[in-house]
Ligand binder design. Sequence first.
Ligand SMILES: Cc1cc2nc3c(=O)[nH]c(=O)nc-3n(C[C@H](O)[C@H](O)[C@H](O)COP(=O)(O)O)c2cc1C
Length: 210
Amino acid sequence: MNLKETMLWRYAVKKFDETKKVSEEKLNEILEITNLAPTSYGLQPYMTVICSNQDIKNKLVPASYRQKSIAESSHLIVFAARTDINEKYINKFIKLTADIRKINVEELEEFKNMLINSFSKKTDEEIFNWASKQAYLALGTFLTACANEKIDSCPIGGFIPEKYDEILNLQKYNLKSVVAAVVGYRHPDDKYQTLAKVRKPNNEMIINIK
Ligand SMILES: Cc1cc2nc3c(=O)[nH]c(=O)nc-3n(C[C@H](O)[C@H](O)[C@H](O)COP(=O)(O)O)c2cc1C
């Protein structure tokens, strides 16, 4: 399958086959690919929280407007924004960059100071909004990676973030949930797999300024 066929194969699954679980190996490969998503300045200001615990998934259903797919899925994945994008975090990022690229941190001094200066002027809300956009980009990459591995998925925006944060104890990790996804294998009875994709044609989606 080429990428276009893969994207036509995927759909937002509403009903999973509860008897089928995604293997650790496949999930790890999907997460490796997701980790290659670009981020603003390369700061990766989010974390990916994976939950396969049945009790916790069950608890998350009422916090997700009663979407049963959360409980029926193999794994729930929450993309959560970091709330600790500060000088310490930036210094660590600069050190990682210098180590990986085998250069002196001094060479990155100007970049580091620009980042520290820029983020010190932002409010927590501004940083959260910025970090959330990176989390969404990771979600998109994740959904594509799932399809590439023939793993079914559904993006989940219909949940109460504060409740997720509480149930998953995200504050402990300096995280706030942004958006989620469920993965697994489509149930043969899921009628959504037979529905035609609804997309506007490209000429209604694209403005081509020449
Ligand atoms: C950010 C985002 C949040 C979504 N939240 C939900 C959700 O909570 N529950 C659900 O069943 N589908 C959810 N969807 C799936 C969309 O409804 C679905 O992608 C859209 O209708 C297009 O259908 P397709 O993905 O099958 O092509 C979400 C999609 C996105 C991108």
